[in-house]
Design a protein around this ligand. Structure first.
Ligand code: ADP
Ligand code: MG
Length: 378
């Protein structure tokens, strides 16, 4: 199937060609037509399968410029993290620029001053937002969602999880009942099933033929190692495999800082991103890490960056510690092996973590290949 088979406008097709997208991915093929028809859609498709464009393209085609909008958002896209808000808005803005009448897209998220964001809200067609900041802006009357036509929940299961429940309830409450709702996620949970009943009407459910936890493009290996030896093993793996770009996940802010310091003091250029860092620093480090010309080899982070972040051709993900939630294992390793590219995910496991690793494998129906510890000179 080609993009031209999907009833997309000539301007969008041209932009897809310009950006060298050859053909729609499975989830794009399945969701773009029903979204264009105005149907509610719930799509479950693996990480890196192109879900952003699956909703962004029909959205851009659907919406018409409304110069009188006066703080009324036409389409609202909810995402769990600030970095993802920036990423999604950037994708939409590039495509929007290709339209004859570009729609105005803004990203709003916490951790930065609210005033510049407020001043941008006079006219906004598409708003990408994290829940807390959206509520703040609504409380200040800077933005209104009572006439919103389309709601997208990216990383839907996360948006509907307990952690966001209070905020999301308020937001859902203030949206009109009559709207088109689109839910996208790589993992499905009971809360999504429930919301399907509560939030969606007559929804088209798309489950990509490839199972949600299909991560077959990703080579998954593990090493059994004591906590004390993890640091030196990590450095050995980076050096011996000549890893030039590796995303390293830790379970806490403290640990992420510690691992980052150790890497740098051993001459491996690294940056750390976690919830205690200033937002501008977080975004700066992420940009440096993504930039192929930059020397930053390692980005050490927490589950903050497990969801949705797209790093082109990222070859390696290392779990320095296991994620608490088995689902997050899938999201973490899904940062590599994107858009049909191969990748390697390495997990370091202490004897204490062995049981939890079994749970992760069982819940996700995957097998992590345990390797013998390499020998190194230390
Ligand atoms: P997901 O949200 O499903 O994890 P993304 O939307 O972030 O995935 O897309 C992952 C990567 O795939 C991005 O770099 C994106 O540009 C690329 N991509 C999206 N659609 C296509 C396509 N039709 N063909 C090739 N690459 C694509
Ligand atoms: Mg995504």
């Amino acid at each position: 199937m080609k993009f031209t088979d999907l009833s997309l406008s000539a301007a969008l097709i041209k932009e897809l060609e310009r950006q060298n997208y050859q053909q729609p991915t499975a989830v794009q093929q399945a969701t773009i037509p029903p979204i264009l028809e105005g149907k509610d859609v719930m799509a479950i498709a693996r990480t890196g399968s192109g879900k952003t464009l699956a909703y962004a393209l029909p959205l851009l085609q659907h919406l018409k410029i409304d110069p009188l909008s006066n703080r009324e958002v036409q389409a609202l896209i909810m995402v769990p993290t600030r970095e993802l808000a920036v990423q999604v808005s950037e994708v939409i803005i590039t495509f929007s620029k290709a339209l004859k009448n570009p729609l105005i897209t803004r990203a709003v998220y916490g951790g930065v001053s609210i005033n510049p964001q407020m001043m941008q809200m006079n006219r906004v067609d598409i708003l990408v937002a994290t829940p807390g900041r959206l509520l703040e802006l609504m409380d200040k009357n800077a933005v209104k969602i009572a006439k919103t036509k389309i709601l997208v929940l990216d990383e839907a299961d996360k948006m509907l999880s307990l952690g966001f429940k209070v905020e999301m309830d308020q937001i859902l409450h203030r949206l009109p009942t009559k709207k088109q709702s689109l839910l996208f996620s790589a993992t499905l949970s009971d809360s999504v099933e429930k919301i399907k009943a509560d939030l969606l009407h007559d929804a088209v459910v798309v489950e990509s033929t490839i199972a949600e936890s299909d991560v077959s493009l990703i080579k998954q290996i593990g090493y059994r190692v004591t906590a004390e030896k993890k640091g030196v093993l990590l450095r050995h793996l980076i050096e011996s495999n000549d890893m030039q770009q590796v995303l390293i996940f830790c379970s806490s802010t403290y640990q992420a800082e510690h691992v980052n310091d150790k890497l740098n003091s051993n001459g491996i250029k690294s940056k750390a991103i976690h919830g205690k860092k200033a937002q501008s620093t977080r975004q700066g480090h992420l940009n440096d890490f993504k930039d192929p010309d930059n020397e930053v080899r390692c980005l050490v982070t927490t589950d903050l960056l497990a969801r949705g972040i797209d790093i082109e051709f990222l070859p390696y993900v290392i779990n320095y510690e296991l994620p608490r939630s088995p689902k997050d294992y899938i999201h973490r390793i899904g940062r590599t092996g994107r858009a049909e590219n191969p990748g390697t995910a390495i997990t370091l496991v202490t004897p204490e973590e062995a049981h939890h690793l079994r749970v992760i494998q069982k819940k996700n129906n995957i097998k992590i290949w345990m390797e013998d510890l390499p020998e190194w000179n230390s």
